[in-house]
Every structure is written in structure tokens, then in C-alpha cells.
Design a protein around this ligand. Structure first.
Ligand SMILES: Cc1cc2nc3c(=O)[nH]c(=O)nc-3n(C[C@H](O)[C@H](O)[C@H](O)COP(=O)(O)OP(=O)(O)OC[C@H]3O[C@@H](n4cnc5c(N)ncnc54)[C@H](O)[C@@H]3O)c2cc1C
Length: 387
């Protein structure tokens, strides 16, 4: 093993959470290491929505303009039963500079964050997997392994677990995480298709045999997410088309031309019992997992990173006592708790089975859809402006 390096902060994981935190530390001139086990960034689109609150909190990091330039602005979203609009949400009247949902594929969001980090003169240590962690009252020591089995260790004042749902760091410090999985499996596909709806509107269909969500993305792509009991591992054009024919509009055809990327997945949910164990902090999916209903996962992680970054910078620069770091969990865990709760309710509501329950759901949504205050409250929650 080589000599042990020393730094102020080690961030494990260069997803959106780790990258955002690294940018905050780099901008403040705090020494850190950002390590990821992958030798290359992931090239798949995954999270497709960036909400207003996220665009607000990353403004000081110098990335918002780049995200806006790359993304597609979606000022409205509609909930439909085939051709009937049950409810339309309007983000354009919210109290924020960003009165829309910004649609952008996650690999592009990550590329923008990584470019900003490079501009600030920092790098990502790729191909290094965190495999062991121990801490004493003053420092934490993390051991990292490269693909050839080479080891190196680094001592740091703080370690941040931004290493996703299966977080090795969270397990190493013994923080409990009560995981659960929804019974439904989902298909996700980015496609080229004809778009017969209002341009730049997200559309969700609630049908008898499940849901289908269609989100316009930059580059003329459309993101489709749908519940599916027996979907193949990589759903193809026929699968997506047949599903849209069953659940989408009847009055107009929705021909799908090709599938760019697709995947079948199950949705996990859960919340870490604590966000801190000694010198170790959890952020992003390492701390919370929830349904993609409302597109909150990546957004909550980026907002965690900004909140933790502020506190780490203040404590490391001596502007705040060490105890200032405790407010991170006190502030961010309740937010994640609300997000897990709200997305759980949304998921159970949209995946209801049974024609009686579905009829009541449609009637209730249609009723709520006629109450402007209720519609505004839902839009505010999705935009993250209630935090
Ligand atoms: C198919 C799919 C669709 C999704 N759709 C949506 C959506 O529509 N909306 C939404 O908001 N969210 C969605 N998500 C979730 C979203 O992708 C996550 O919430 C987001 O990526 C969390 O970011 P993160 O940085 O916290 O963790 P991650 O993105 O998981 O990043 C963790 C990083 O840590 C690295 N790592 C892990 N273990 C180690 C280790 N031991 N050592 C070093 N590095 C390590 C990994 O390589 C990875 O790069 C989707 C996810 C998937 C898989």
C-alpha cells in the first residue's frame, strides 16, 4: 500500500450529489478528494427533470446558466384519462425565476457539473472504489481499490457518502436504512415519437392497466415511464407502442419511431436513520431513496450537497464551530422524509388497481383539478419550493 494522503474532505461517488458538493468545496478553495469506482461516467439518461428549487440553489455554483442552455423548459404538466384532461399543473405562475420544469437527461446534467469542476481546477479520481473505512475522534481513514486490485488510503477530516442507494460508506458506519420495494415493475424508454399534445408539456395517463408518463426531452427525444408487469429487460419499440396504444390518447395516434435507450426497473424507497456518524455524512441516494414520481431523487441529492457544502466550508474555514455541522441532518432529513412520504402517496395513487378505486381516483383528481389553490400547492411541492 502506498503512503497515506491527507485532505480535508473525501467525497465517495461522483454522481450528481458528489459532483455538486465537490464544486462547492472547489469554489471555496477547500482541499478534497472526489473518488468514483467507475472508470467512465454513466452514459444513461435516468433522472430527466430539474426543478426550480434546484436551479435556485446551484446558481452560486455557476452551473444554472449551462443547465438552462442545455435543457428544455416545460411550463405545464397534465394528468389525463385517455383524451380527457383531469388536471393541468401550471409552473409558470410560481414565485421563482424558474417557472418551469427543466427537462434534461441525467448524463448531460452530470457532464455539465463535471465540466464546471474542471473549470475550477479539480479532477475526479475515477476507477477507485471505497472498500474500507475507519474513524477516530480526529480523522477518518478510507481505503480505495483500483480495478487491478491496487490499494491506496486517504485520511480526511470528513468523509461524505455520495455513493448511492447501496452506499458502502453508510454500511461501514452502521447507519440503518429501512429499505422497501414497490411491487410494480416499471419500464423506462427514451424514444422518438410524434407528439400530438401541447408542445413542451409533460403528460401522464392514468389508465385501467397502469400509468404512462411522457416527458419531452432536448434533442426531440421523449421519456416514457410506465408500470409494466411482464416487461422485457430492455423494452423495444413494439412494447412501448402497444402500451401507449392501450393507455394513451384514442382521438389521435401516437406513433413511436424508435427507442434510443430503455430499461426495466423496480423502485426502492427508504430513509437513513441518521445523516451523520462521527466524521461521516450521508447525502443523496445514500441517505434517501424514493419513487421517481414527481422526479425528486436527483433534485433532493443536489440540494443536500449544497446544504452540506455550505456547512463544511463554514466549519473548515473557521467561521462556524464544529457543532454547526449538526444542522445538516436537522435541516435535510425532514425534507427527505416529506419527499419519501409524498412520492409514496403519489405512487400508490397512480398505481391503484381495481376499477372502483380508479373511478374514485379520476373523479377526485378532476375535482381537485378545478381548485386553483390545490393545483398551485401541488406544483409548488413538485418544484421543491415548499422546502
Ligand atoms: C433507471 C433509473 C431511472 C431514474 N429516473 C429518475 C427520474 O426520473 N427522476 C429522478 O429524480 N431520479 C431518477 N432516478 C434516480 C436518480 O438517478 C438518482 O436519484 C440520482 O442519480 C442520485 O444521485 P447520487 O449522486 O446521490 O447517487 P448516484 O447517481 O447513484 O451516484 C453514486 C456514485 O457513487 C459511485 N459509487 C458507488 N459505490 C462506490 C464506492 N464504494 N466507491 C466509489 N464510488 C462508488 C457510483 O459509481 C456512482 O457514480 C433514476 C434512476 C435510475 C437507475
Amino acid at each position: 500500500m502506498s503512503d497515506t494522503a491527507e485532505t480535508q474532505v473525501v467525497i465517495v461517488g461522483a454522481g450528481p450529489t458528489g459532483l455538486t458538493l465537490a464544486i462547492r468545496l472547489a469554489a471555496a478553495g477547500i482541499p478534497f478528494m472526489l473518488a468514483d469506482k467507475l472508470t467512465m461516467p454513466q452514459a444513461t439518461s435516468r433522472a430527466a427533470a430539474i426543478h426550480a428549487r434546484t436551479l435556485e440553489v446551484v446558481e452560486p455554483l455557476g452551473v444554472t446558466d449551462h443547465l438552462l442552455a442545455a435543457g428544455l423548459r416545460l411550463p405545464t404538466a397534465s394528468l389525463r384519462n385517455r383524451d380527457r384532461v383531469l388536471m393541468r399543473l401550471d409552473f409558470s405562475t410560481l414565485r421563482t425565476r424558474y417557472r418551469f420544469v427543466l427537462a434534461l437527461q441525467q448524463d448531460q446534467t452530470e457532464a455539465i457539473l463535471a465540466r464546471r469542476l474542471t473549470t475550477l481546477g479539480s479532477t475526479i479520481e475515477r476507477g477507485w472504489e471505497a472498500v474500507h473505512l475507519q474513524q477516530d475522534p480526529d480523522m477518518a481513514t478510507l481505503t480505495l481499490r483500483d480495478p487491478a486490485g491496487g490499494l491506496k488510503s486517504v485520511r480526511a477530516r470528513y468523509v461524505v457518502a455520495a455513493d448511492g442507494y447501496h452506499s458502502m460508506v453508510r454500511q461501514a458506519v452502521g447507519i440503518g436504512f429501512d429499505p422497501g420495494t414497490y411491487p410494480e415493475s416499471f419500464i423506462l424508454a427514451d424514444v422518438h415519437m410524434d407528439w400530438p399534445f401541447v408542445p413542451d408539456e409533460m403528460v401522464m395517463f392514468l389508465a385501467r392497466d397502469g400509468i404512462a408518463l411522457a416527458v419531452p426531452l432536448p434533442g426531440g427525444h421523449v421519456r416514457i415511464v410506465a408500470t409494466a408487469d411482464n416487461a422485457p429487460v430492455s423494452p423495444g419499440l413494439q412494447d412501448v407502442q402497444a402500451m401507449l396504444n392501450r393507455r394513451g390518447p384514442q382521438a389521435v395516434p401516437v406513433p413511436v419511431h424508435d427507442v434510443i435507450w430503455s430499461s426495466r426497473f423496480r423502485i426502492h424507497h427508504g430513509l437513513a436513520a441518521r445523516y451523520r456518524a462521527g466524521r461521516v455524512f450521508l447525502a443523496g441516494d445514500a441517505a434517501h431513496a424514493h419513487s421517481p414520481a414527481g422526479g425528486q431523487g436527483m433534485n433532493t441529492g443536489i440540494q443536500d450537497a449544497v446544504a452540506l457544502g455550505e456547512r463544511l466550508v463554514a466549519v473548515i474555514n473557521g467561521r462556524q464551530p464544529e457543532a454547526g455541522l449538526d444542522s445538516y441532518e436537522a435541516t435535510r432529513r425532514p425534507v427527505a422524509e416529506r419527499v419519501v412520504g409524498a412520492t409514496d402517496q403519489m405512487t400508490r395513487m397512480v398505481t391503484l388497481t381495481g376499477s372502483g378505486s380508479q373511478l374514485i381516483r379520476s373523479a377526485a383528481l378532476s375535482l381537485i383539478g378545478h381548485v386553483p389553490v390545490a393545483r398551485r400547492r401541488i406544483a409548488t411541492m413538485i418544484a421543491g419550493l415548499n422546502r
